[in-house]
Design a protein around this ligand. Sequence first.
Ligand code: PLP
Length: 396
Amino acid sequence: MDITKLSTPCFILDEQDIVENITEFQEALSGFFSKNIVGYSVKTNSLPYVLEIARKQGCYAEVVSFHEYKLAVKVGFPKEHIIYNGPMKSKETFLDAIQHRAIVNIETWREIEWLEELPFIGQTYEVGIRLNIDISTISPEDEDHPNDDSRFGFSYESGEFKVALHRLSILQYVEVVGVHSHREPKTRSVRFYRRVVEYVQEIILSCNFKLKYWDLGGGFFGRMPNKPTYAEYVKNIFSVLSPKLRDTMFIVEPGNAIVASGFHYLMKVIDVKQHNENIYVSTDGSRNDVDPFFHKSDYFKEFIYENQNGNPSRYPQIVGGFTCLEYDRLFSLPVGERELNVGDYIIFHRVGAYTMSLTPLFIHYFPIVYLNTSQGNLCVIREEWTEEDFIRKSKF
Ligand SMILES: *Cc1c(COP(=O)(O)O)cnc(C)c1O
């Protein structure tokens, strides 16, 4: 790949990498579960081309808002291959989804009310229900902070899960056939998933369920050295699963595990200044694009220098982005590291998850996205957004 031909800043999508991630996860599941689904978490990276890869590889689309529901339909997912989660369902898309046999997991009381209002016309509907997962209680070693509870799902301990089930069971045209137990632990540890399975299955076995599917959610690591593999997750989940539940359709909703490794971000050095015993390197990229939460301490990054030879820097180099925000600083290089010069490139790897979908339209609009095809050819799959795209639908 000749990066000097690319306009910067840009994302580069590696198609083969995403295909392999999906295939490996599917194979890991199929090794244990005769019925299984990989539902790709659309919010993690909703670039239409990524959704198309996921669809072609046999994934379902896991969506968490009415916009995402409509997006998934638009890019070609059949409605029965959509998993509809979260509190941001509209009534219209909620009813559309249950009528078209999407997998719908109830998250709010209003969805139950929408079902209660339905006229009984002979048709029956199947739904799942989301269970609240409190990490601090279930697996304290995996908590991010004390009382790492969740604002999602119905709590078993408070009694609301049973109330919700009861209200649904009164409706003769509604059948609860699934349970959803997504929770993303900071540690992404295998131990956490074992404990979630143990916790949830006790509840499932104690309630009177005719369970068709169990949707465990996402939160897994992607393929990375020294991290659990998809196969390790699945094997451990299966090993603690009650034999009574092993024939259940098993669903996972990975986002990060599918897309993180398939994206790179390329930026170029546009200016170098020196003052106060520091060197300030300006680039045409932004931290908004590679670390929108501003919490990374380092990146998987590489430098591509314009000249073959370079000098060690006499001062620390502070590498910043194009925005006029002081805090848009990507990283610093200590004294003695090779000097960066105008025209050098910095490439960030593994930046596919929660980056493009969180990029603000601040100063610079969405960057161009290139596809690196399985054959090694480069093509544009999203043009750079311009001011024309930005003002669409605005009146002035
Ligand atoms: C965000 C989310 C996921 C995906 O989480 P990852 O950490 O990206 O794997 C899956 N399911 C639900 C309900 C989510 O909200």
